[in-house]
Design a protein around this ligand. Sequence first.
Ligand code: PLP
Length: 453
Amino acid sequence: MAPTPPLSNLQTRDLASVVHPYSPLHKLDQMGPLILESGNGVYVRDTHGNDYIEGMAGLWCTGLGFNNEEMIEAATAQMRALPYYHQFSGRGTEPAIELAEKLKEIAPVPISHVFYTSSGSEANDTQVKLAWYYNNALGRPKKKKIISRIKAYHGVTLMAASLTGLPYNHMDFDLPFDGILHTDCPHYYRFGKDGESEAEFVARLAQNLRDMIEREGGDTIAAMIAEPVMGAGGVIVPPKGYFEAIQPILDEHDILLISDEVINGFGRTGEWFGSQSHGMTPTTISVAKQMTSAYAPLGAVMIPEFMMDALKSQSEKIGTFGHGYTYGGHPLGCALGVKAIEIYQRMNICERVRSMTPLFERRLEALKDHPLVGEVRSSGLLGGVELVADKATKRAFDPKQGVGPQTAVHLQKHNLILRPIGDTIAICPPMIIEEDELNALFDRLELALDDTE
Ligand code: PLP
């Protein structure tokens, strides 16, 4: 092993003052944080002048890459015109109106109104509050439980973390809250039984969901939340027919279906929304991340007319709709959302992603020959590579070995940034990536896998 270079002044200052999310806080001193200073297209540069392909679009979010001039101009113009205003007490701004209209235009199901938040977690918290408020409006105070799934990721605020189905988001945070139920993860490779076909796996999961609903009582369950393709749980693409199998069960019990499109939305899977790529017909939708290409924080909840009517009638009874965030619908975020969607439409983003998908799939598929790779999976330009200790038995590595994080260190050496999720390496490049850049990304990933023991 090459000796670790001494930490730079910035790295030392960072460690002295900043708490890093989702990081092994006890080990950062040895690893040294990676401090970024600029971006160009799909590349970011660190403070030592090293350029990396940012193969994760930051955190699944900079769909337009790192220096889109039109976005910068839109931000500057909005900051000059009105740097802040809110949505409280019936106030508004033109960018917030325009963005809501654009979201309605591209929505995969009829949507009548948009509620703004500053993040994906807040959008999902809002979803739960809306489902509760809605059922109170309908005089169904018992119908409050929410179904989520094992390995789901819905954010980190108290409710969003409760919805999340990953151990680290619950352990020692005293979560999840009561009333949050976690059903099966639709990952056939990991959870399919020996000899079980994919169709049988789907039927078993649907039956388990039905049993859970009947056990709990459908009249106690308000909604189910699901990412069309699970992201932070390890890029898990549902088997064919999965949503088609579970949706009628939810409908039978009048359970709303919330699509968490925080990663999937805005072209990532080759359609505007992941629900369109995966046979899901949601009642409501959460969006964030690529909505502004992450040039400013913004989230939103898209709701249908019948829910809006209920919100109005309940707020009439109570006197107000008591929910809202200071920065929800921030004019900077909304102006950037309007501009990002305008650029996506002009670029034919879904068509572009679909045209890059065969190369993405081909290069992923080729990784299956590598001795460490157990499964590859993808939807559009969202992919995952699962590393295993034994390909034949699918035996996973002991988590203490940290094979995913080890690979990430090698990736960085080869000037590529990807995200290890346990032993799955997630790939989610900016959607503007060109063919030669995508090939370079996979070339570097192959080198890093060769370096991994
Ligand atoms: N939902 C999904 C599917 C996500 O992937 C994320 C973040 O990665 C969130 C919600 C939470 O979003 P935020 O980090 O903006 O709160």
